[in-house]
Ligand binder design. Structure first.
Ligand code: ADP
Ligand code: MG
Length: 250
């Protein structure tokens, strides 16, 4: 039985007079890899941020968002389970949100913490089991040999792979990635997309990734959701998103 990892109903969001999202319904099943497309300002980041409980929907909307079986928000109010939901969801940004003065290993270990870490207590406070799990995650992304190095000494693409290892450390069944390859060169972009695909396939982790390169989305994501002016313009298999639809989107 496949379970639903994302369930969005009637999501609407305004910023002042700007309508960022209008009446979004979205279901994502366990094990899916979904590319989220749309021109700049179409609402991609706003949607992902809602899924992770970082933004509240319009108060007067009859909206609901669930991830991994937990309520994130209902009618523009955060649910009590929002923290649980957040701690189980891996979130990756364009500018990898790593702590530059910490080592690669420490950055991955942060994924084992359920709340915001107290930096001073970060060293030495992890169990041997957690450390070996973090090393396994680093091995998975091909960076085990850099474990002790400061994360700031790594390239942009390598840093994104550390962010993915940290998400693996969370035992998440869901990864949300907002423009993870936007500041990478084509080769590093490919490595990161291959890695996302392999953890999706091998570990069954659902991946929702926003991309501005349509070609990458078509190549790596079996399902595409495209937003236009805050509404769903397309939702279907990537092979159904033909050139004329793409031309109308952008
Ligand atoms: P995308 O990620 O597709 O480029 P965004 O989700 O960032 O689009 O933005 C959607 C719309 O919402 C845009 O019009 C943007 O200007 C607006 N917006 C996003 N975040 C904020 C914010 N914090 N305050 C005001 N307007 C915002
Ligand atoms: Mg964005």
């Amino acid at each position: 039985m496949t379970s639903t990892v994302i369930e969005v109903r009637k999501l609407a969001k305004h910023f002042g007079d700007t309508c960022a999202l209008a009446n979004i319904d979205l279901d994502v099943k366990q094990g899916e890899m979904l590319g989220l497309l749309g021109p700049s300002g179409s609402g991609k980041s706003t949607l992902l941020r809602h899924l992770n409980g970082l933004v509240r929907a319009d108060k007067n909307s009859k909206s609901s968002i669930k991830t991994l079986g937990n309520d994130v928000q209902i009618n523009g109010k955060f649910s009590r389970s929002v923290r649980t939901s957040r701690s189980q969801t891996g979130y990756i940004f364009q500018q990898h949100n790593l702590v530059s003065r910490l080592s690669v290993l420490q950055n991955v270990l942060i994924g084992a913490l359920s709340s915001t870490p107290k930096w001073r207590s970060l060293s030495g406070n992890f169990t041997t089991l957690q450390k070996s799990k973090a090393l396994q995650a680093l091995d998975k992304v091909g960076l085990k040999q850099f474990a002790k190095q400061r994360v700031s000494t790594l390239s942009g693409g390598q840093q994104q792979r550390v962010a993915i290892a940290r998400a693996l450390m969370q035992d998440s069944k869901l990864i949300l990635a907002d423009e993870p390859i936007a500041s990478l060169d084509p080769e590093a972009s490919r490595t990161v997309m291959e890695l996302l695909r392999s953890i999706n396939k091998e570990l069954g982790i659902a991946v929702v990734v926003t991309l501005h390169q349509v070609e990458f989305a078509l190549e790596y994501c079996p399902r595409i959701v495209a937003l236009k002016d805050g509404e769903i313009y397309f939702d279907g298999p990537s092979h159904d998103l033909n050139q004329s639809k793409i031309d109308q989107l952008y």
